[in-house]
Structure formats: C-alpha cells, structure tokens
Write a protein that binds this ligand. Structure first.
Ligand code: FES
Length: 120
C-alpha cells in the first residue's frame, strides 16, 4: 500500500500502487470538484478539466507520467497540476484538491507537510 496525504483535508489515505487518483478521492468521500465540476463533470474521461489537483510533495516519480490529454488540458496551468482522473498513484505523494481555490493557509499547509515524514 502507498499513502496519499491530502493537505486541504488533513488526512492520509492508503491506496494500492497503480490506483487512479480520482477513484481514490471519490471512494474516500473527499471533495474533488469545485462548483463547476459538481454541477457537471465528465466522469473521469479527461474531457471536462474540473478534477484539478496540485502535487505538493512526494518523489518526482510518485505518479504516472502526464497523459496526452493532460498536456493539452493543462497547457496554461502550473507545472505541478494534474487531472486526477488521468493520474495513477505509484508511491506516496502529497495532494491539494481544488488548487484553483487555494485555502488561505496554503503555505502553512505545505510547510507543515514538508516537516512531516511521508510514509513510503
Ligand atoms: S473528471 Fe473530467 S477531466 Fe477529469
């Protein structure tokens, strides 16, 4: 098993290596979508660009490589953003859900996470 630390929610979730990040978020009843995505999303088909997450820690190879869909949909987004539905978790990582609406204490959440060892 591997660990995903969700810094907005303050939880660490276990998953199997290779699990889809969107599937894990939904299984754990965490909120992946902002209002637009709640009103309508593509169900994980890589078409709606509403399942944004940012990766805030973990090894550089902790996730599957960017897909062609992500390269297209994330062109104007920060380098650490992914589409959860296109992302497979290979090893422990740190995730911020809904980075388009960052919490006011984001810097503190990131700093606190960096000071806390991430399980392998
Ligand atoms: S759920 Fe639509 S792009 Fe990910």
């Amino acid at each position: 098993m591997t660990t995903i630390r969700f810094i907005r929610e303050g939880v660490e979730i276990q998953c199997r290596p290779g699990e889809n990040l969107r599937d894990v978020v939904i299984r754990e009843n965490l909120q992946l979508y902002g209002l637009k995505g709640m009103l309508g999303n593509c169900g994980g088909a890589g078409q709606c660009s509403t399942c944004f997450v940012s990766i805030e820690g973990g090894a550089s190879n902790s996730l599957s490589p960017l897909t062609d869909v992500e390269r297209q949909k994330l062109k104007s987004r920060p380098d650490n953003w992914r589409l959860a539905c296109q992302t497979l978790v290979k090893s422990s990582t740190v995730v911020l859900t809904k980075p388009q609406s960052p919490p006011s204490n984001l810097d503190k959440l990131i700093d606190d996470s960096k000071n806390k060892k991430l399980p392998k």
